[in-house]
Design a protein around this ligand. Structure first.
Ligand code: HEM
Length: 431
């Protein structure tokens, strides 16, 4: 029995019919202008995202958080420790531009939605390929933006591990984006030049007309346009205002300090006052740290190549203490610069008889966290500013900030600033 194929000339009623889409604002110019904005924003977001992965030094220890490294990790390089605000900057850009681009992405998808209901859905193998790339492009964009925003709001509605899923999604989306940008660039340029750039923004509502049809005809331009309810200027103004509002949210969070008040939607700014009155991602309660574990009996276990030693907090405090202003830069994009004091990690390495060239795995008392251990690369261990911090802003670390001791260092992703440290293991840096 032969399956009845859909009649290519008779689209089913509803969105598959061109006449269904009646907005007079759609057209190649509007889509190209929004596309141009994304052409600037998306590469910035993608590059800073892949740098975030690199900052994990995923080749070391368990830093790849369960992800098997492979050919996609071709670009990895040793993440530097200078400047100390490097990760705060790159991840701040990632999240802030990601947020600001969200309204533009949604407006772009709105402007091309008739294309998603093209009829017939498949015309030829080449057309099928393009449709498939659009599925990866739109699906990848929605996945990346949705998971990213949910993650920074700590709304873990998904059952998968965000970091790795977002990473693989990034490759799918980035590849589809590069393909799309390559095949659409000429169309974008001509659509913008034909209408002389931003000229159409001069039109107020009374002068708002559908874009002039062109050859070949664009299926984005409505066949039977409805009367405009807003001008293109008002539409892009609304998108721009939304983008600016979200940009300020991200900026407030990533720059921190007095600017944090701007981050009205930011989930994290109410942490009391005083020396320890700044952002906490994971509280001691959430990490199930008990008072007994961090009490007077607490010891730091140092080990290296079969040798080990156990140090009390008093002994650590008796070692040379160093103080640096360093940002705690969270992978969620916020950062907060504080004055940390403690023992240099490299001095602990020297205690174990090493003069550089070692990596250090700091393990936390926290047992159930994905990031309960992190490995510092040799350049991070050797940097004099990388500390096992015991105090902050001149006071004892609070329990939520990792008392009895936590790692802090220049340009480190927050997840590598291990709190409630119980062990530090030194090993030779891989060749
Ligand atoms: C509003 C949009 C976005 C937000 C809020 C966002 C948020 C985040 C966050 C919080 C992380 C850190 C994950 C972690 O270390 O646990 C991250 C990492 C990353 N993001 Fe995004 N992201 C967004 C969009 C994108 C897009 C569009 C791409 C790709 C083009 C992308 C690519 C990446 C990559 C490659 C990583 C590194 C993942 C890893 O360390 O394995 N992100 N993003």
């Amino acid at each position: 029995m032969r399956l009845p194929l859909p009649d290519p000339d008779r689209p089913p009623p509803g969105p598959f019919r061109h006449s269904f889409w009646r907005s007079p604002l759609r057209g190649p110019w509007l889509t190209s202008l929004l596309g141009f904005a994304l052409l600037i924003a998306i590469p910035l977001i993608a590059i800073t995202g892949f740098l975030s992965n690199d900052a994990y030094n995923p080749r070391l220890g368990g830093n790849s958080v369960g992800r098997m490294l492979g050919p996609l990790d071709f670009y990895l390089f040793q993440w530097p420790t200078h400047p100390s605000w490097l990760y705060a900057f790159t991840q701040g850009v990632h999240v802030t531009i990601g947020l600001a681009a969200t309204p533009i992405l949604l407006a772009k998808l709105w402007s091309v939605i008739p294309r998603l209901f093209e009829w017939p859905p498949l015309r030829s193998p080449a057309h099928a390929l393009e449709r498939l790339s659009l599925a990866f492009l739109v699906g990848g964009a929605l996945f990346e933006f949705a998971t990213g925003i949910l993650d920074i709001q700590y709304a873990y509605l998904f059952k998968f591990f965000f970091t790795n899923a977002h990473y693989y999604g990034a490759w799918v989306f980035s590849a589809a984006f590069v393909f799309h940008a390559a095949i659409k660039f000429a169309t974008m340029r001509s659509a913008l030049s034909v209408r002389r750039g931003l000229e159409p923004l001069r039109d107020n509502l009374a002068h708002t007309r559908p874009e002039p049809q062109q050859t070949p005809a664009s299926d984005l331009i409505a066949l039977t346009p409805a009367a405009p309810s807003m001008s293109r200027r008002a539409l892009l103004g609304t998108v721009g205002a939304g983008s600016l509002f979200l940009f300020v949210q991200g900026l407030g969070d990533s720059l921190g300090g007095p600017l944090r008040v701007l981050s009205l939607l930011g989930p994290r700014d109410r942490f009391g006052s005083g020396a320890n009155g700044f952002n906490v991602n994971r509280t001691a309660a959430a990490a199930q740290i008990t008072a007994q574990e961090v009490g007077p009996g607490w010891r730091l276990e140092l080990s290296s190549q079969g040798r080990s030693m156990s140090i009390s907090r008093a002994q650590l405090l008796a070692m040379p203490q160093h103080t640096y202003d360093l940002p705690i830069a969270c992978v969620e994009g916020w950062s907060s610069t504080q004055r940390w004091s403690g023992v240099r990690v490299r001095d602990l390495s020297r205690l174990m008889g090493h003069e550089g060239g070692m990596i250090a795995t700091a393990t936390s008392l926290e047992r159930n966290g994905v990031f309960s251990a992190a490995t510092l690369a040799e350049n991070e261990v050797d940097d004099e500013r990388t500390l096992l911090a015991l105090r902050v802003n001149g006071a004892e670390l609070s329990l939520d900030h990792g008392f009895p001791a936590r790692v802090i260092g220049p340009a480190l992703p927050g997840v590598h600033c291990t709190k409630w440290v119980s062990k530090v293991k030194f090993s030779e840096a891989p060749a």
